[in-house]
Design a protein. Structure first.
Length: 241
């Protein structure tokens, strides 16, 4: 959530039960995915309603700037976690699922396979979870702990100034992105040296992915539009401009 991940680390450390709770989840989750596949993957009605529906070729997907499962279902190997690793992703062993036909069914298959790969990544992450500080020692950008704010006047003042004024990065520009569930989520920021960005732009995956909808449904039945939109898996907040 926005209040948990912050500049310099995270808001608080994991509690003592966190790892065990995660282990319980990842041990049970594959069985649940098996249940989902039993219901859908070879279901005749499901396949008739999804195979060949909402097709998008690899060339078309690239031209529309599509990313995420929608792009990979069209057979294009691109995942930010592999292309530009961040947050230790280069240390994890996982596969990037690909489709072939770029239709609703392949988007479903890619997402199901990604559920299994995500579970695999989480298991590796908790096994290699290090101990130690969870926030950087950078007073100019990292707020002091709550206990310090409540007991030390200097910490209270520093906290107030950080919240009220922010901090001043160097002049320049940067683009950074992550592989979000819907696709590439990118942030372009231009700094003029002040506490406020001179230019700030968020590249949301749903905005680009939805732009390909007219091409996907060209020549299709009206009923197929619903399945196609569902396979794009948009977030309305990402496409609001």
């Amino acid at each position: 959530t926005p209040s948990f991940v912050r500049v310099g680390g995270i808001a608080r450390d994991a509690d003592k039960t966190f790892v065990e709770k995660v282990r319980d989840f990842v041990s049970e989750f594959p069985r649940r995915v098996d249940e989902y596949e039993t219901l859908l993957t070879e279901n005749v009605i499901w396949k008739k309603r999804t195979i060949g529906v909402g097709r998008l070729s690899a060339e078309e997907a690239i031209s529309y700037g599509v990313t995420g499962p929608v792009l990979r279902a069209s057979g294009v190997y691109y995942d930010v976690r592999k292309a530009y690793p961040y947050s230790s992703y280069e240390e994890f062993d996982f596969i990037v699922p690909l489709g072939k036909n770029g239709d609703v069914y392949d988007r479903y298959i890619v997402r199901v396979q990604e559920l299994r790969q995500s579970n695999r990544i989480i298991l590796q992450a908790i096994e290699g979870l290090p101990s130690g500080p969870y926030k950087a020692k950078a007073p100019s950008v990292v707020p002091p702990d709550k206990e310090q704010v409540q007991s030390d006047i200097a910490s209270l003042i520093r906290h107030f100034k950080l919240v009220a004024e922010g901090f001043r990065p160097e002049k320049g520009e940067v683009y950074a992105s992550v592989e979000a569930p819907k696709g590439e989520l990118g942030f372009y920021i231009v700094s003029d040296g002040s506490e406020r960005p001179y230019r700030f732009r968020i590249r949301t995956p749903s905005f680009s992915n939805l732009s390909a909808l007219p091409k996907m449904v060209e020549g299709q039945m009206v009923a197929d539009v619903i399945a196609t939109i569902g396979s794009i898996d948009i977030v309305l907040g990402e496409i609001d401009r």
